[in-house]
Design a protein around this ligand. Structure first.
Ligand code: C2O
Ligand code: CU
Ligand code: CU
Length: 479
């Protein structure tokens, strides 16, 4: 009852003194327990493209209610940060600066950089410091992202706004002539919350109570009556979005880029850090029609689309097309490793330790890994520096979904599920991370370090010794 009163007051204050009917208010409180309210939708704006040079993690503000700003963190002052675009074959070079008052790192999620460039938690750098990042990008066209990864502080820094998109383009994708420019929307989709005192502080549950798209709460977007490419990153700390579109849509890609074949789709589940690439058909709608990307379990209209007078071109209709060729990884036999994600902090009984290596993976060998959920789900499981193929899900939802085909770097585990993936590390030796991407779990320690090595037996033996006696300097240490 006290809650209702407080919210009523807030709602009253926000509506600028206009009278709200009590029944209308009650209904609205039930479906949308928090402010801001969606009736004042603002335009979804695309993050600007990164112009090169420096990427600075620094304080930034966002406007979650009209007329009031909240303090957060952004890259180059923006929430989300600028979108990096590179072509396959390019070198990516950037200086990352820490303009915060706490340590941070910048991790390139979905990319395959040398491990020492990947923003591992042990590479955290302090206020006023910077890191040079420079690596070749040789991987398929795909939608990736960058975000901080300092141990114990990732959840808070991402919540406050540190995240940006990283788009790789290539000739294979160009050849499809997919909708682009105005006919393409990239969304960092997440949720947020404003505390009773009006701030945007991270909350330990990691859950917000209203949707945010590209830094704008309850956004809307005007679209031409044509095909539209909609690319979504679930950038939330822990919310799983049960997405639904009211218009015909075709799934063409996910974390690792294009799928082999396009597939008609009306609903999909997107866990934290997962991405999907959709072609949405607005061509059959009358001007002024409002449709929405909805979330089924919250009944939120995450993003509203309003069709304009413009017809646009309806080229690149990929409904039946073969989009790409994907080499299937092959492995007959039992899982090489089993990871049990337990409660809120442990994998196989262990909590993360910065300097402990938990296992050694042979370079270039295809392995079968099994991820099992043991309480505390959802667990979106993510591996750095390689992509995997999801081959089986047992228990729970009991199947592999269309949006989980092709190449993935994150897969969602719900309660009671065991998911098997095939994975191969063939780019760089070095230290990698496996973790739950529910960021509060990650910060609590649901992470493992592992080594990819051309001499796995030797390195496993060394790791065993170091895990007993602490770090040792081996005479033939690689840098
Ligand atoms: Cu997006 Cu290790 O994370
Ligand atoms: Cu990652
Ligand atoms: Cu988890």
């Amino acid at each position: 009852m006290t809650k209702l009163t407080r919210r009523r007051l807030l709602a009253g204050a926000l509506s600028g003194g206009s009278v709200l009917s009590l029944t209308g208010l009650a209904a609205c409180l039930q479906s949308r327990p928090s402010l801001p309210e969606p009736q004042s939708r603002r335009s979804l704006t695309a993050p600007v493209d990164f112009a090169g040079g420096r990427l600075i993690a620094e304080p930034a503000q966002l406007e979650l209610r009209s007329g009031s700003k909240q303090d957060g963190y952004g890259y180059n002052g923006m929430i989300p940060g600028p979108t990096v675009r590179v072509r396959r074959g390019d070198r990516f070079s950037v200086r990352t600066d820490n303009g915060l008052r706490e340590p941070t790192t910048v991790h390139w999620h979905g990319l395959i950089p040398p491990p020492e460039m990947d923003g591992h938690p042990s590479d955290a750098f302090g206020p006023g410091e910077s890191r040079l990042v420079d690596f070749p990008v040789d991987q398929r066209a795909s939608l990736n992202w960058y975000h901080p990864h300092p141990h114990h502080a990732t959840a808070e820094q991402v919540w406050l706004g540190l995240a940006g998109l990283f788009v790789i383009e290539d000739a294979e994708e160009d050849a499809l002539g997919l909708p682009a420019g105005d006919a393409e929307t990239l969304i960092v989709l997440r949720d947020g919350r404003i505390s009773p005192s009006g701030n945007f502080n991270h909350r330990s549950s990691g859950l917000g109570d209203f949707p945010i798209g590209n830094g704008v709460p309850w956004p809307q977007r005007e679209v031409a009556r044509s095909l539209h490419r909609l690319r979504i990153l679930n950038g939330a700390n822990r919310r799983v979005f049960e997405l639904e579109l009211g218009v015909p849509a075709t799934l063409i890609g996910n974390d690792g880029g294009l799928l082999e074949r396009a597939e008609a789709i009306s609903r999909l589940t997107l866990g934290p850090a997962e991405r999907v690439d959709l072609i949405v058909d607005f061509s059959g709608l009358n001007p002024g029609t409002v449709t929405a990307l909805r979330c089924r379990d919250t009944a939120w209209s995450l993003v509203e689309f309003i069709t304009s007078q413009r017809e646009g071109r309806s080229r690149g209709r990929p409904q039946t097309a073969v989009l790409s060729r994907i080499e299937p990884l092959v492995h007959d036999g039992e899982p090489d490793r089993v990871f049990r994600f337990e409660g809120h902090a442990r994998i196989n009984g262990l909590m993360f330790e910065m300097d402990r290596i938990d296992f050694v993976v042979p370079f270039g060998r295809t392995e079968r890994w099994r991820f099992e959920s043991r309480g505390g789900a959802p667990h979106p499981i993510h591996v750095h520096g390689a992509h995997f193929q999801v081959i089986e899900r047992r228990g729970g939802r009991n199947r592999v979904f269309a949006w989980e085909r092709g190449w993935k770097d994150t897969v969602l585990l719900q309660e009671g599920e065991a998911v098997d993936v095939l994975i191969r590390f063939d780019a760089y030796e070095g230290r990698y991370l496996l973790h739950c991407h529910r960021l509060e779990h990650e910060d609590h320690g649901m992470m493992m370090n592992f080594l990819v090595s051309q001499a796995p037996e030797r390195d496993q033996a060394r790791v065993d010794v170091e895990n007993l006696f602490g770090p040792i300097c081996w005479s033939d240490d690689r840098v």
